[in-house]
Write a protein that binds this ligand. Structure first.
Ligand SMILES: C[S@@+](CC[C@H](N)C(=O)[O-])C[C@H]1O[C@@H](n2cnc3c(N)ncnc32)[C@H](O)[C@@H]1O
Length: 275
């Protein structure tokens, strides 16, 4: 097992490989939060639909963009539940008591992911919908496919609310995907990740075991939070490297544990959003 990071930059370390195998090498209680977006193993309505390539499932032909595909997105439902339970349990082990777990999913996989987090020892605390705005695909005679979901958990109790630090955060985040600044087939807006990371104590160490195009890592960097990413696909490793090289926002001058840079909001709900 090669535990040498393939990138170390601006407080971020990136490993290339299978996340389940790599997570098993990380020490207990290393991270303050896991914020991740695994392969959904979703798409369509039938088992045949799910077996299509990630590009065929998730790339709108009208978008004009061409992104590389990724593996791990064709598990059947029982395999997906078992696999998620395994890596989520490893995430729980490497997270400090009271730490946070946020996991993206879609409507199809929401019940499976909420089962898997509990099988992986996490305390499931709720769902935070991500409203992708009216820029998403309309469906004639049916509801627009406008939302994805963040399954929100903690490692045990957060303690009494009156004794907790930190801001009161929105329960819904509205943020459009901008195809011009999307670097991965299913890339999430960095701005959305920045806002979600508001639940993590300043300076907290963040893990993303399915780093993709690196949106979580870039958001953590912008907030001055040390972070660790794992990504299987070498094309995506190159994308993350390039994005870090091109990222211009400076690290905060003062200690990351004492301040956060000002944040342009994804919300309020009337904001159609830019990345
Ligand atoms: C949904 S994408 C993440 C996108 C990311 N949140 C972004 O905004 O760019 C999931 C990623 O997990 C990676 N992946 C799939 N199986 C993996 C595994 N076993 N270990 C590590 N990465 C894996 C895929 O290559 C893909 O890039």
């Amino acid at each position: 097992m090669n535990l040498q990071p393939v990138m170390q930059r601006d407080g971020c370390e990136l490993f290339q490989g299978d996340s389940l195998a790599l997570l098993r090498e990380f020490p207990d209680a290393t991270f303050d939060a896991v914020v991740t977006d695994p392969p959904y193993s979703s798409g369509g309505f039938t088992r045949g639909d799910r077996m299509a390539s990630a590009v065929n499932k998730y790339q709108m032909t009208s978008s004009g963009a061409a992104h590389v595909g990724f593996s791990g997105d064709n598990r059947d439902q029982r395999g997906f539940l078992a696999w998620c339970s395994l890596w989520m349990a490893e995430c729980w082990r490497v997270t400090k008591p009271g730490g946070i777990f946020l996991c993206f999913t879609d409507w199809r996989q929401l019940p499976t992911v909420t089962d898997a987090v509990q099988a992986g020892n996490w305390l499931w605390r709720g769902i935070v919908p991500w409203d992708k705005t009216e820029a998403t695909r309309p469906q004639k005679g049916w509801f627009r496919a406008q939302a994805e979901y963040v399954v929100a958990c903690t490692s045990g109790s957060l303690g009494p609310e009156q004794e907790r630090a930190g801001p009161c955060l929105p329960g819904v985040f509205r943020c459009a995907v901008n195809s011009e600044t999307k670097h991965h087939l299913t890339g999430k807006p960095v701005r959305l990740l920045r806002e979600l990371l508001g639940v993590v104590p300043p300076g907290g160490r963040v893990l993303d075991p399915f780093a993709g195009g690196g949106s979580t890592l870039l958001a953590a960097r912008e907030l001055g939070m040390p972070c660790t990413g794992v990504e299987l696909n070498p094309d995506n490793i190159e994308i993350i490297r390039d994005r870090f090289l091109q990222a211009v926002m400076p690290m905060p001058a003062s200690s990351p544990s004492s301040s956060r840079p000002p944040q342009p909001p994804c919300n309020p709900l009337s904001d159609p959003g830019k990345p």
